[in-house]
Design a protein around this ligand. Structure first.
Ligand SMILES: [Zn+2]
Ligand SMILES: [Zn+2]
Length: 249
């Protein structure tokens, strides 16, 4: 199958021998998005982009990544205009705020839902970077279901290490609408055992990692277990705990 712009990164991820090719793609998308926002192109100075960061804000994970990336003046400019808008909204919330009644002596809690609480909950779920990473991920999943019509790509998937649990569940979810009928049997017959086999491989790695702490095994080979802890963590939650903070080189 001919390589297209979208298929190149997906093929590369599946050749990377990562514990999960979608984690690999997600990390790339994260770094691309951070660099786009805070990197040399300084897109945070473009009114259109700043309008978006002002309205969407950032989740805690991405604020930390922006901080680690190290463009502190860029961060300050983004935060400055964001704060102006947020404070305006908070002022409006406070103007409308009504305190719940005092707790009753019978032990009941004060009743009534505050819109301020609701407002903050919505803000916590909103993140400009999560949104742009999700756009890339949706494209990568679509590309996966396009590529599996190719026997060469199917072989790559079957010989791979499977997926992390988070992306495995998403693949199954996306399959409901995107899986070509021609690949229906192959997909389920391949992916489910692939996950079991690879989790069993990781079980062996973590078992051996622990056994290596027994003095009788101190001279024995680490086999594949040296980084077992971080790989199991990735398999479980789709994270790279051993990654250093992403910074501009
Ligand atoms: Zn993953
Ligand atoms: Zn985020």
């Amino acid at each position: 199958m001919k390589e297209k712009i979208e298929t190149i990164p997906v093929n590369e991820a599946f050749r990377s021998e990562d514990e999960c090719p979608f984690c690999y793609l997600e990390r790339q998308a994260q770094q691309r998005a951070i660099r786009y926002i805070a990197g040399p192109g300084a897109s945070y100075m473009e009114p259109l982009i700043r309008g978006k960061t002002d309205s969407r804000g950032f989740c805690g994970t991405h604020l930390k990544q922006l901080f680690d990336y190290g463009n502190s003046l860029g961060d300050a400019l983004i935060l400055q205009t964001y704060l102006v808008g947020m404070r305006k909204e908070l002022d409006a919330q406070i103007a409308e705020f009504s305190a719940p009644p005092k707790k009753s002596l019978l032990g009941g809690k004060g009743e009534g839902e505050n819109t301020l609480v609701q407002w903050e909950k919505e803000r916590e779920e909103s993140c400009f970077l999560c949104e742009s990473i999700e756009e890339s991920m949706a494209r990568y999943f679509a590309t996966f279901f396009f590529l599996i019509k190719d026997p060469e790509f199917r072989a790559l998937v079957a010989d791979g290490k499977g997926f992390c649990m988070r992306h495995f569940a998403r693949l199954l979810e996306e399959a409901k609408s995107q899986l070509p009928n021609s690949q229906h049997d192959w997909f389920y017959a391949t992916l489910l055992p692939l996950m079991q086999e690879n989790l069993s491989r990781l079980q062996e790695d973590i078992d051996w990692f622990i056994q290596k702490f027994d003095y009788r095994n101190s001279g024995a080979d680490w086999k594949n277990s040296r980084d077992a802890v971080s790989r199991v963590m990735q398999k479980l939650r789709g994270i790279y705990p051993a990654d250093p903070p992403f910074k501009e080189k």
